[in-house]
Ligand binder design. Structure first.
Ligand SMILES: Nc1ncnc2c1ncn2[C@@H]1O[C@H](COP(=O)(O)OP(=O)(O)OP(=O)(O)O)[C@@H](O)[C@H]1O
Ligand SMILES: [Mg+2]
Length: 318
């Protein structure tokens, strides 16, 4: 297989605001045509990372190249070659769907003679041709997102940054949106997407998990899950809160988290769960079900953050 070119390369990328480290020593690569997912809770540093890669915010330390251009020395070259759908993408509500696309196409410098053809292509690509004369204000959240995508790719960028592009839309619309992204990647467009929805990471070739400015894990979705495979159990009990508290005190238990009324218990080793049942039973908690489960990426994230916190506590003690 030929070696793919790198669409993005970030080396020791860091950004601080005063003494606050929003992004610290982040390293990753995105080969051409791949989808890279950046996951992490609020304030993890995802948007700050994207802003540096888009040439909008200069890094405090480290280097990054996007489509071969250094973001620090050639931000303008980067900006005109990428597509960026920001967390707060702005569409003009008073314009129609088609007018919004035309507006962005002209901002990106598309000549009027190529504009018509490209507008038609885009309307078709995001399936908005039937709504071309609709005022943008009247569109549902899901349609607005598709329109924002069309605007962001009007100039056929080879690299696309999506910052929480699917926030607030229903699962079906999210899936359709990701199908579009997937299709673009198969045509060679490289994509970096941030999301709060861990299930969306399944679409990614590679995932980076961010926490407090650092990249705490970098792997494929399967490899991420394999990190805690074999020792994750789901429990249904009559008193989940009491059970959670009790399980936390057991030495064989590494991590407990509550998912609705269900408990996810990660054991330190793939050990016998009879001890869990016994302890819960002894405290008068009834276990209705205990099953081994495939870890979700959320479980992996919780486990990684826990490991990191433990490490911090340990280092403080030493
Ligand atoms: N211009 C700025 N000045 C000071 N602090 C900032 C600035 N921009 C971001 N921060 C801080 O840096 C941290 C990381 O912010 P960032 O927006 O990158 O997080 P995020 O992972 O995108 O979060 P969210 O999921 O909420 O979008 C936050 O604590 C934020 O308050
Ligand atoms: Mg953000």
């Amino acid at each position: 297989m030929p070696i793919k070119e790198l669409a993005v390369s970030a080396e020791h990328l860091s950004r601080h605001f005063g003494s606050f480290h929003a992004v610290q020593d982040v390293n990753f690569h995105i080969p051409e045509g791949e989808i890279f997912g950046l996951l992490g809770p609020n304030g993890a540093g995802k948007t700050t990372t994207i802003r540096m890669l888009c040439g909008i915010l200069p890094p405090s330390r480290g280097e990054a190249t996007v489509l071969g251009f250094n973001v620090r020395s050639h931000p303008e070259q980067v900006k005109k070659r990428i597509g960026y759908m920001s967390q707060l993408f702005s569409l003009y509500n008073d314009l129609t769907v088609e007018e919004n696309i035309r507006f962005y196409a002209s901002i990106y410098g598309l000549q009027s003679k190529v504009q018509n053809g490209r507008v038609e292509e885009l309307l078709k690509e995001v399936d908005l041709a039937a709504f071309r004369r609709e005022r943008t204000a009247n569109l549902s959240g899901a349609w607005r997102q598709r329109l924002a995508l069309a605007c962001a790719i009007a100039h056929r960028p080879r690299m696309l940054f999506l910052d929480e592009a699917t926030a607030g839309v229903d699962p079906l619309a999210r899936k359709e949106f990701w199908d579009l992204i997937y299709r673009m990647a198969s045509q060679g467009v490289s994509i970096l997407a941030t999301t709060h929805y861990m299930d969306e990471a399944e679409y990614c070739n590679m995932i980076g998990m961010m926490h407090e400015g650092s990249l705490i894990a970098l792997d494929t979705p399967d490899a991420m899950r394999a990190r805690i495979g074999g020792n994750l159990f789901q429990l249904t009990v009559d008193r989940p809160l009491a059970a959670e508290e009790l399980l936390r005190t057991l030495p064989v238990v590494k991590e407990v988290s509550l998912h609705g009324v269900l408990l996810h218990v990660q054991m330190k080793t793939a050990s016998d769960t009879r001890a869990l049942r016994r302890k819960l039973h002894a405290s008068g908690i009834h276990v209705a079900d205990l099953t081994e489960i495939e870890p979700s990426l959320e479980d992996v994230f919780i486990s990684l953050v826990d490991e990191q916190d433990q490490h911090k506590i340990q280092t403080r003690k030493d």
